[in-house]
Design a protein around this ligand. Structure first.
Ligand SMILES: [Ca+2]
Ligand SMILES: [Ca+2]
Length: 261
């Protein structure tokens, strides 16, 4: 019996030492830094993703957190789902979260309050929450949908302030703006500029100067950019060839009316 007690005490000591060393490692960086992902998506990708874009809220600097309460706001044009469970995030094909949130409360006005308390943090830094943001189907290139971190919020007479608990500090005093740094995220719909076939020098006009560029590329005197290559590799075989130079010439003088090989 005595021996069992000894083992129990020993195990407890090991656990305490382990926690102590983990917290010490966190304490080297005294700031908490939250970064919401920025995404640039083309219309085509958006359609392929069914207009649902995963956005992570990441903890990129950790002062040794053991509890948190904060608000995330999603652009009011978007619907969204908040994934707060680490296992569930992993099952959606995304990376796991640092911990599972204890609760999440979605306000009507596209704000979500998230709460985490206690143990279970898996790593020093990583993803806190996964948002599956539903972009409206009429979104067009140039549209930007913001996802923001809210340190303070007044909601129906409820005064909310973000809280971050770290070991050895009083929770209420910790989360001042000086100590919790955050950067907001956005989803931007952006399509590549349409390529004008034949316009090798990208000046918007197809003329003899483009033939010169193509010929230089054929002779190895010029390396074409990806966009330039797209404009003159008519047969899309990854090379620019004499046939294509000839085709461009014919097009310019009006012998052919299309550059599609
Ligand atoms: Ca041109
Ligand atoms: Ca080619």
């Amino acid at each position: 019996m005595k021996f069992q007690k000894l083992i129990a005490v020993f195990t407890a000591c090991i656990a305490m030492c382990h926690n102590y060393s983990v917290l010490n490692a966190f304490a080297e960086e005294e700031k908490i830094k939250i970064e919401i992902e920025n995404k640039i998506i083309s219309s085509e990708e958006l359609e392929n993703m069914n207009y649902e874009i995963p956005v992570f809220v990441n903890l990129t600097a950790n002062a040794g957190i053991n509890s948190a309460e904060f608000i995330i706001s999603v652009d009011s044009r978007c619907d969204y789902e908040v994934i707060t469970d680490s296992q569930q995030a992993f099952e959606t094909g995304n990376e796991h979260l640092l911990f599972s949130m204890t609760s999440s409360h979605k306000f009507n006005d596209n704000c979500c309050r998230l709460l985490w308390a206690g143990s279970g943090i898996t790593e020093d830094t990583g993803a806190l929450v996964l948002l599956m943001v539903q972009i409206p189907e009429d979104a067009i290139t140039g549209d930007v949908f913001e996802i923001s971190y809210f340190p303070e919020l007044d909601y129906q007479n409820y005064q909310f302030k973000h809280l971050w608990g770290i070991a050895g500090r009083e929770i209420k005093n910790y989360a001042t703006d000086n100590e919790v740094i955050f950067s907001n995220g956005e989803i931007k719909i952006q399509d590549d500029e349409p390529v004008i076939l034949g316009d090798a020098d990208e000046n918007g006009v197809v003329d003899i100067l483009d033939v010169i560029v193509v010929n230089k590329a054929i002779l190895g005197q010029k390396i074409l950019t990806k966009t330039q290559m797209k404009a003159v590799d008519f047969n899309q075989n990854g090379m620019v060839e004499p046939d294509e130079s000839l085709m461009l010439m014919k097009f310019i003088v009006g012998l052919i009316d299309s550059l599609i090989a």
